[in-house]
Write a protein that binds this ligand. Structure first.
Ligand code: FVH
Length: 294
């Protein structure tokens, strides 16, 4: 049936905040969507929107050629897949559960042994962004799934396929999240400083947002330095940053706030100087991270 080829039935397993948003996006695009969740009550809202609620994992898997899984972690994915047994043969699994590159590669190897197509994915969005172009979904693994089910996957947002290696989506997902947590950590520390002097966080954003935007413009140049292994700088040396970090730590003590977020960076800069890289720029820190202290 050509309608089924265009809009194949899809199953969504895991109806937490993210899984529910994914199922909703498919329903909105007119896909026959079967859902399953360990705690059955989470399916009620989706049933009212037209989803078919499966009573068991086996029923959910049998309903569709394309199975989307989005649960807590890979341990949960394994528990769920064990309940499906042979019913998975010949189907396509898209796993949008957060995990490590090694976990993704291991699952892809297992799927290949069973004759199951496997695509791993990383969601660069919060649930409220799903189904908008601002939501980016990274994929790697089976290109056959991208070719066959691309339109269904585009219901979730913009799609970027990173290649056949199933670990690449997770690698990029975790790297991007690391950058995000770094930015949030800096913001949280800055706001703790501001609030320690009874100032408002909200008014501070008029300074911090353009400052972070201006600093993010320097990332491509830093990346070039890292790729070239050339960390000479006319911007600021590790020496000068080492002195500056002394002031951060002293200020934390004066203001009565924690140094927990600042000391790890200070220690890394100190190591760089101790290893003889004091005249290098901050891009040197990447190489230090790649050579952890023994
Ligand atoms: N929410 C977000 O902003 C982020 C955005 C980026 C991607 N993450 C990842 O998505 C996965 C699911 O996250 P979530 O936000 O949907 O999480 P919860 O709302 O807490 O739902 C968790 C679901 O996992 C089910 N579950 C947990 N353990 C098991 C298990 N052993 N067997 C079967 N299902 C399990 C849980 O079921 P229940 O507690 O309702 O019965 C929920 O459906 C995650 O990898 C994020 O890192 C989200």
């Amino acid at each position: 049936n050509p309608a089924n080829i265009k809009r194949p039935p899809v199953t969504v397993i895991g109806l937490g905040m993210m899984g529910s948003a994914l199922a909703q996006a498919l329903l909105k695009e007119g896909y026959r969507t079967t859902v399953w969740n360990r705690s059955a009550d989470k399916a009620a809202g989706l049933a009212a929107q037209g989803a078919v609620v499966a009573g068991t994992v086996a029923e959910a898997v049998a309903a569709s050629p394309l199975i989307i899984i989005c649960v807590l972690d890979y341990g949960a994915v394994n528990e769920i897949l064990e309940q499906a047994g042979d019913l998975l043969d010949g189907r396509a699994i898209v796993n949008l559960t957060n995990g490590t590159p090694a976990q993704a590669r291991q699952m892809a190897a297992w799927a290949a042994e069973q004759g199951i197509e496997y695509l791993d994915g990383g969601i660069m969005a919060v649930p409220q962004m799903i189904a908008s172009p601002g939501a980016l979904l990274l994929y790697s693994g089976s290109s056959k799934i991208i070719d066959t089910y691309g339109p269904a996957l585009e219901s979730f947002g913009s799609t970027k396929y990173l290649g056949q290696d199933p670990g690449l989506a997770s690698l990029h997902d975790l790297a991007l999240l690391s950058a995000m947590y770094g930015m949030f950590s800096g913001f949280f520390h800055a706001v703790a400083m501001i609030r320690s002097e009874q100032l408002q966080a909200e008014s501070f954003t008029s300074l911090v947002v353009p400052w972070l935007q201006a600093m993010s413009a320097s990332l491509p140049l830093m990346a070039q330095a890292v790729d070239a292994g050339d960390h000479q700088t006319k911007v600021s040396s590790l020496h000068i940053n080492q002195t500056g970090f002394g002031h951060f730590i002293d200020a934390c003590r004066e203001l009565g706030i924690s140094t927990e977020l600042m000391t790890p960076i200070q220690e890394l800069i100190n190591r760089g100087v101790a290893e003889g890289y004091g005249t290098d720029g901050l891009s040197r820190l990447v190489e230090l991270l790649q050579k952890p202290e023994s």
